[in-house]
Design a protein around this ligand. Structure first.
Ligand code: PLP
Length: 429
């Protein structure tokens, strides 16, 4: 099929999927796969959720499209549902996480004009188009830089990556140099508008910063009057056991972006949520942004249904219960397998990081290996797990797997999938 495979050479073969139900999907031969990564960490409600499907069907019958300049009932209901669960109250709607971040940076730069610089982190992904890929710290940015598809004014700060601390320190016991470095940057830079961060880092290693990290970041942001832009495209919507990952921290972002779980991946939606102060600024100032498909009724249709399903299924409590199980099981696996260097996570958002040597923490693959086309250990593990009926992803430049099953996954289903992974990792040892 002449359809581009994303983030890949085109010499790959895809599996044909014919249906999906709950935590499983099925290929054309009827083989079943447990969805350990919720596809791209987005199918948080699992597959085939009736309430969400009905909401979409109803909206299609009633009003499939109306230009963003008009109001409509589903927009009012979606805003109300979002105001119930999101820490910020004013919204710009688009159709992807990338666009949510593009909008966030444009809003930040308009609000803070003439300040324009944005600080980001190396272990991050913020999207694929010019602005959002420029904010991205992972190697996907290198490809965009090569073809001059990036913007100027992005500065990278160190990550709160305790397993591989950029300052060679140990947590607990360190002085949070990774957070304090932000102040050093701000003392030496001018025109900084904001700091963008995934509150819990997703694709680049499920990094859960210690509480103190964001306390320090919050103080520095206030002192230097920069905006805090939390990218919750992956960490939002119950993934960490709270509606949004920022809820775990004493942190008051000025802008929150989200997508993925907002519709349970049943429709594409990007959300850029801002404070009332920022929204108020645009009462008087021209809001120079928008899309034909901003506020698309079909994309907003799942939002109230998703919020209701979370409540009906008591999902946040379930995630907290499963956190205990996933933590225990993964720590047992770490004891068993010499190739596991670290296991970490929160809620139903976990990772296994593999190493060649536990003492030296030597990784199997580096960013340079990836850029030079060397094979990925993660792709090998994913392939082996897939053969055994478990779908699990991880980035080709990384040494870790994304263990982020649908939030509806039951303990027994997870147990079965972990047993498969266990067997796959034994081969790696
Ligand atoms: C944290 C984060 N931000 C932004 C994006 C981009 O979202 P999308 O792929 O919907 O454009 C992603 C996608 O994985 C993400 O994980």
């Amino acid at each position: 099929m002449p359809v581009y495979h994303t983030w890949s050479k085109q010499n790959v073969k895809s599996l044909k999927v014919v249906k999906a139900e709950g935590c499983y999907f099925y290929d054309e031969n009827g083989k079943r796969y447990f969805d350990m990564s919720s596809q791209l960490m987005c199918s948080n409600l699992g597959h085939g959720n009736r309430a969400v499907i009905e909401a979409i069907k109803k909206q299609a019958e009633k009003l499939a499209y109306i230009a963003p300049g008009f109001d409509c009932e589903i927009k009012e209901r979606a805003v109300k549902a979002l105001q119930e669960v999101m820490p910020l109250n004013c919204f710009f709607f688009s159709t992807s996480g990338t666009e949510a971040n593009e909008a966030a940076i444009k809003i930040a730069r308009m609000f803070k004009f003439p300040k324009y610089k944005i600080i980001s982190r190396y272990h991050s992904y913020h999207g694929s188009t010019a602005v959002s890929i420029s904010l991205t710290g992972d190697p996907r940015r290198y490809f965009a830089e090569k073809v001059r598809c990036t913007i100027e004014g992005v500065i990278f700060a160190p990550d709160p990556y305790c397993y591989r601390c950029p300052f060679g320190r140990e947590y607990p016991g360190c002085d949070f140099e990774c957070a304090r470095y932000l102040e050093y940057v701000l003392k030496n830079e001018w025109h900084v508008a904001g700091f963008v961060f995934e509150p819990v880092v997703g694709t680049n290693g499920v990094i859960v910063p210690p509480k103190e990290y964001y306390e320090i970041i919050g103080e520095i942001a206030e002192k230097y009057e920069i905006l805090l832009i939390a990218d919750e495209v992956m960490s939002g919507w119950g993934r960490t056991g709270e509606w949004f990952a920022v809820n775990h921290y004493k942190l008051k972002p000025d802008i929150i972006t989200t997508a993925k779980g907002a519709t349970g991946a049943y429709m594409p939606l990007g959300i850029t949520a801002t404070t009332e102060e920022i929204y108020g600024f645009f009462e008087e100032n021209f809001f120079a942004h928008g899309h034909t498909y901003s506020d698309h009724p079909m994309c907003l249709a799942p939002v109230p249904a998703v919020v209701e399903e979370f409540k009906r299924l008591n999902l946040l409590d379930h995630v907290k219960r499963m956190e205990k199980f996933m933590s225990k099981r993964l720590n047992e696996m770490k004891e068993e397998h010499v190739s596991i260097g670290d296991v970490r996570g929160i809620g139903m958002f976990w990772t296994i990081e593999f190493v060649r040597n536990r003492e030296t923490k030597e990784p199997f693959v580096t960013r340079k290996d990836f850029m030079e086309g060397r094979p990925s250990i993660i792709k090998e593990i994913s392939k082996a797990a897939m053969e055994r009926g478990v779908y699990v992803t991880g980035p080709g430049w990384g040494n870790h797997l994304m263990l982020a099953p649908p939030l509806i996954a039951k303990k027994e289903e997870l147990e079965e999938a972990f047993d498969v992974l266990d067997g796959t990792i034994s081969a790696l040892d």
